[in-house]
Write a protein that binds this ligand. Structure first.
Ligand SMILES: [Fe+2]
Length: 310
């Protein structure tokens, strides 16, 4: 059997069409999983929904931005702007952006579909491998998700009790494939709103039979200039935020999952946990100081990025 797994389409039918064409070029697919963030932060919230709900044997899960569209939740809590007025522009921008998407989807009759999305999807593969699909991490459609910079210990906590052998997520828009204890954690990246160098759409093809399974991360180019033009003609209230993804402006600030800095960060955290276990107080203090600095930088990145909302 073959399963195509994608996520984070973000109202970009151009990117979705390129991914669906690539899936077709690879042969027959038995089922699709689409793991959330369907419509918001994009120029055309409706067309991708029409396309993916027409796919055969498709399952869907809720992303954090889908929840923001249908509830009062926002990536930046308005109450925080009362304590820190510097946050007001972010609150206003987020409110305008998600209100625009909500109105668009409401007029087209999609709000109920978006409201009723499940949090997770599960499947047992022919060889007995238990597969879990969820937007950010087991039990969550938001939060830090699953990233390369997270230590093994932190990821083990995040994956604990998930009752799966393979966990597939999106949310951070940064692909990864990582073994954490007995669990394989895979981030498929995103169809749209790229934050990694290359700016391609990414998704996963999973082939499985009685002997085992194989996972393939696919990278797909599409016409980002056409997407920029479509955004500029869409009357979306925050066009420069959207075109920034297509122009690669968000790669440096929101891609903590790649590069040397990330490798060093992960190594420091693993060392800190190991040192803590050994009881070496001098090294604990040094490593905690390093980690505090890294956390401060990471929090700054997280604060700037609406996808990292906790
Ligand atoms: Fe997303």
């Amino acid at each position: 059997m073959r399963l195509a797994i994608l996520s984070d389409i973000h109202g970009n039918p151009l990117a979705l069409d390129a991914v669906l064409a690539d899936i077709q070029s690879q042969g027959e697919v038995d089922a699709y999983w689409v793991l959330g963030d369907f419509a918001a932060l994009g120029y055309d919230p409706v067309t991708p929904l029409e396309k993916i709900t027409a796919l055969p044997h498709a399952s869907f899960t809720r992303g954090n931005t889908d929840r923001y569209v249908v509830t009062e939740d926002l990536p930046v809590q308005p109450e925080k702007a009362l304590q820190d007025p510097a946050l007001l522009p972010q609150v206003i921008e987020a409110t305008r952006s998600f209100s625009w998407t909500r109105g668009y989807l409401s007029a087209a009759g999609w709000l109920d579909w978006l409201t009723n999305l499940p949090l997770e999807v599960r499947l047992t593969l022919p060889d007995g491998t238990r597969l879990l699909g969820v937007h950010a991490s087991p039990g969550r459609d938001d939060g830090p998700g699953i990233q390369l910079r997270h230590s093994d210990g932190k990821l083990e906590q995040r994956l604990a009790g998930c009752e799966a052998d393979v966990v597939i997520v999106g949310h951070t828009h940064v692909p990864l494939d990582r073994q954490v204890g007995r669990i394989r954690a895979i981030n498929l990246g995103s169809v749209s709103n790229p934050v990694t160098p290359g700016l391609q759409a990414t998704y996963v093809l999973l082939d499985a039979d009685e002997q085992g399974y194989r996972i393939q991360l696919r990278r797909v180019d599409y016409d980002r200039e056409a997407a920029i033009k479509a955004i500029e003609h869409s009357r979306h209230p925050t066009p420069s935020f959207l075109t920034g993804f297509m122009r690669g402006e968000r790669v440096a600030s929101s891609d903590p999952g790649t590069g040397l800095a990330n490798v060093l960060r992960t190594r420091r955290r693993n060392e800190r946990e190991q040192t803590t276990a050994e009881g070496d107080s001098g090294r604990i203090i040094t490593n905690l100081a390093t980690s505090l600095l890294v956390e401060t930088i990471s929090l700054r990145i997280a604060w700037d990025d609406p996808f990292y909302d906790s």
